[in-house]
Design a protein around this ligand. Sequence first.
Ligand code: URA
Length: 253
Amino acid sequence: MSSRRELFLEEMGLTPVWRLKTREAEDVVDAKAQVPNAAADPVDAAAASAPQPAIDADDRAQRIARMEWSELKATVAACTACGLRKTCTQTVFGVGDENADWLLVGEAPGAEEDARGQPFVGQAGKLLDGMLAGIGLKRGENVYIANVLKCRPPGNRNPEHAEVAQCSPFLARQVELIRPRLIVAMGRFACQTLLATDASIASLRGRVHRFQGVPLIVTYHPAYLLRSLHDKAKAWEDLCFARRTMAGLPQQV
Ligand code: URA
């Protein structure tokens, strides 16, 4: 299959999925997501290369689930739990207001993000900034941006299931620490990972889902929109829907 066709199918949700098998699919049910399974200690490269008993995976996820920001950041920076750290330049933790109402989640760092250590700073990031501006938002101001994977897959290949399993506890903890009022999951990969589903973006759009009890809205990935102009209008609808949903949420006390 040509890479162009692969990219297209990927964004349309027609290729294999990376699912957090331990997590229940969440729709409008207000359920707390389970901490996904993972294998080795993030700072133990030797252990990472050998299969670990399930108890270790749970133990690791539980330790991550108790971390505060500084420890979480240091643990991500030192993580060698999957092979990606060997090929990337640096980890890309996430950026923005740690008390933000809005959390945007993408897939994984690309070349530019890998070089600069920040998510969405390449072409897709420019489009994302424009999309945010369209609904009156600005990166860093009441907005936090993170990826499912903290390390760049070589050549921007698709993330592998094991990589998602290792990295997901970090994102789950970021969500818990930020406690955003709304999550916008961008692209098939983020949507399917957070919602533990293999459903297409098209079928998930236009509804409020939940992750860890936080309302979640699905939209296309900015990189996909750069290649598929006709879906930009749909992404705009999604962002307007997100803005309306945010406006309709009960005020926090
Ligand atoms: N694509 C993503 O999903 N994340 C980034 O940070 C950059 C591009």
